[in-house]
Design a protein around this ligand. Structure first.
Ligand code: F6R
Length: 267
């Protein structure tokens, strides 16, 4: 596990875009796991800019989103389908048939939908790089505290805290979903590489527990400590409760030096 602390949300997005760019350069058929919410917005904007400058293409990329609310149509402005279209997909050259977002309305069989989603990921060969955000309660995707390590894509009931946190996106009196379909912990942990983005003081406690706390289903993000190749890419504010900050800076510094050395010697 690597912890990279950048000065502010924009530098977090810049650094994350660099990881994606390098992965795409190596493998244009990249299978990319995506997240919604406020945190990745700057990253999507950065990727769009790189695409517009012809420095990146998503033509042969496949994407899998982490989650979607139950009870919102895909054209609802608060649905994650709508979010992805408006904030990313419609601005780049991705083939929309290669963009997967789970969707389950109240009339559909959630077990079948979840199984098909898992199957789709498997058919594509698994997720190469998964982008995550983190909830204040330590959730990743909508795996709320108490989510099992071996969980796969399924319906989850949202906690009061998550509903309250996300109420900022809904108008007063508007229907706000209380359940979601989400990739499970096992689905996420099966990704070859994971980048968790966190910015802002309100994420500092969750980040500290996830990185330095005991591994516990009470903080689902702490289960990432089991993953071989996870990077916590966070800003100063989100890092404010970490106890071993100087060590993380030191490791990042050395890692970058080694990477630059190898990259130069590659030329
Ligand atoms: C969204 C998702 C959630 C968010 C988390 C943080 O697809 O899976 O886990 O990443 O709730 O949301 P923001 O970024 O809005 O603070």
């Amino acid at each position: 596990m690597q912890v990279i602390i950048s000065s502010d949300p924009q530098s977090v997005a810049d650094r994350a875009s660099l990881f994606i760019k390098r992965k795409l350069e190596k493998n244009p058929q990249l299978i990319l796991g995506l997240s919604t919410g406020s945190t990745p917005l700057k990253l999507y904007q950065k990727l769009i800019n790189l695409y517009k400058k012809q420095l990146m293409s998503f033509k042969t990329t496949t994407t899998f989103n982490l989650d979607e609310y139950i009870g919102l149509a895909s054209d609802h402005p608060q649905s994650y389908h709508y979010f992805m279209k408006e904030n990313f997909f419609k601005h780049i050259d991705i083939n929309l048939t290669n963009t997967y977002i789970p969707q389950c309305n109240q009339k559909q069989n959630p077990f079948l939908i979840a199984e098909t989603y898992e199957e789709n990921i498997k058919q594509c060969g698994g997720i190469d790089l998964q982008i995550l955000g983190i909830g204040r309660n330590g959730h990743i995707g909508f795996n709320e505290p108490s989510s099992s390590l071996s969980s796969k894509t399924r319906i989850k009931t949202l906690t009061k805290e998550t509903i309250a946190d996300n109420s900022r996106f809904f108008k007063q009196g508007e229907f706000q979903p209380i359940q979601a379909i989400t990739m499970g912990m096992q689905t996420i942990l099966a990704a070859k590489m994971i980048i968790l983005l966190a910015t802002g003081k309100h994420k500092a406690e969750a980040v500290q527990k996830a990185v330095e706390g005991p591994v516990s289903a009470s903080c689902p993000a702490s289960l990432l400590q089991f993953h071989q190749h996870t990077v916590f890419l966070i800003d100063e504010d989100a890092s404010s409760q970490l106890k071993n900050k100087s060590y993380y800076y030191h490791v990042d510094d050395l890692t970058q030096k080694i990477e630059n050395l190898y990259r130069l010697s590659d030329i």
